[in-house]
Write a protein that binds this ligand. Sequence first.
Ligand code: AGP
Length: 607
Amino acid sequence: MCGIMGYVGPQQAATVLLDGLRRLEYRGYDSAGIAVANGAIAVLKAEGKIDRLQAVVDAVQPPGTIGIGHTRWATHGAPSDANAHPHTDASGKFVVVHNGIIENHQSLRDELVESGNVFTSETDTEILAHLVADAYDGDLVAAVRSVVDVAEGAYALVVMTEHEPRKIVAVRRVSPMVVGLGDGETFIASDIPAVLHRTKRFLIVEDGEMVVVDDSGVRITTIDGDPVERDVFVVDWDAGRAEKGGYEHFMLKEIYEQPAVVTETLTGRLDQDGSVWLADVTFDNDYARSLQSVWFTACGTAYHAGLVGAALFRKLLRIPTYVEYAHEMRYNEPLVGSESLTIAVSQSGETADTLAAARQARSQGSRMLALTNVVGSTLARDADDVLYTRAGPEISVASTKAYIAMLVAEYLIALRIGRVRGDVDKDLAAEIALGLNQLPGLLEEVLAREDAAIAAAEQIVDASDVYYLGRGLDYAVAMEGSLKLKEVSYLHSEAMPAGELKHGTLALITEGVPIIAVATQRALYDKTMSAVSEVKARGAHVIAVAYDDDVSIDREAHTVLRIPTAPDLIGPIVAAVPLQLVAYHVARMRGHDIDQPRNLAKSVTVE
Ligand code: AGP
């Protein structure tokens, strides 16, 4: 996620801003920039690490005690000097930094181009600079307010102008923002750690609020201008904990970000009737109709997302759909060709095996769609079509929010293809859209039940093996639950389709062995419960993940992790979250380095 800074006070702004941006590095970024006003506004920016920006700033040494700054994590347009923030209008007198996504950026850009504005970047942010300049009539607050009225989406925005040289105006629409209160100075930041060493006193800006900072201090209003009273929040966290938003580990923070991530993944892409807009998925309807097969290829958690995708595609689209580990696909002489769509799934977009498998599929004539979290990654650049998951940077090695975003994105692709081919009719499309739109709320409910996951974790923390069972979509989710447990808790675990158990693994089930059974697929419920009965008969300890309205599960399982009732197609996404929480808490109880598990790397860039 991008980092935002603003400063008004007596110190040299460039120094304060760069220092703050360094402290936001943990959020992940690919370029950075600052703007400092001293009468005229100087804008300095650079792709890459903050040291590059520091060199540019050292060379120029822009004077001034008011300014804004930004670390960018690309969402529209690849990482580059030109796309780095701040962005200005043509006159250079209005300057903007921004975090989040402007949903209707394309139509706004088209209108601005038509009225003669020239763009110097590919970002959605630059639109805001032009819009504020166009709207300015001697009152920056009014101009920003009018822009927020037309710019749809979830974002945070900070604006400055030469015309009102000692003022910063900021707006929060969903994306986070705080105000740090210093002694005769005020800071704006997207996150507390940016200025925690300078002040412990903060105002938390809420969604739909505007902040005006000048030499007299800070004023918070609603976007419409009604005054807001806000208590000062005194932070007693240390810097490490503050980076994690008060959570003990990035993994837990990222688990808790999932409702917001789902909203980001869906923003501007899905209508209530199930119509889908995917800007960088460019294949036409004839292509979608002509498809004969779909191949998912990926590794690790991304492969498990592929398993869900494949089950979904087979169910909804009735197209033969295959999932191959990328490292296997490379050497398996896959029968992929010009009638196939290959969907390469990778959070980083840099996994060597996934890149190689995707390239091989393309060399055999397949169109390749990159499903990735990182804008401008190698996979995205190699692809014919790209769907960005918009999960924001994921810092914990164990993937959680990127996985959930991948699943949501797969539903969007399935809808896009299914509507064209006629496999997904209007009613089903609307039903899936409703389920997806309800997902953030469902995930919030699951997160509110973390205590149940802690209790389940206590039951397995001393086990030597844990088995995960599920059928259909539940099996795919069980695979991911099992991997998560292995990665962070170092406990041996295996997942299998519930029906496979009695073909061998049942020999390992003895008194007290923990079984985690996922039971969201109503059509397969009885089948899953038969397997549960088999393991119970051998003394296993059964923990089930089941819906709130499942009245028989208490008879079957020793412990039930309840999830809010959801349609069968959406339930598996919801069920993934308690499994993540169980893995996290087992690892915590075992005292492990959760964010950096032994022997593992975030991105595996070698074969
Ligand atoms: C997930 O928790 C792991 N860190 C790992 O399995 C990961 O999903 C895999 O290495 C693939 O990475 P990618 O999504 O960046 O390609």
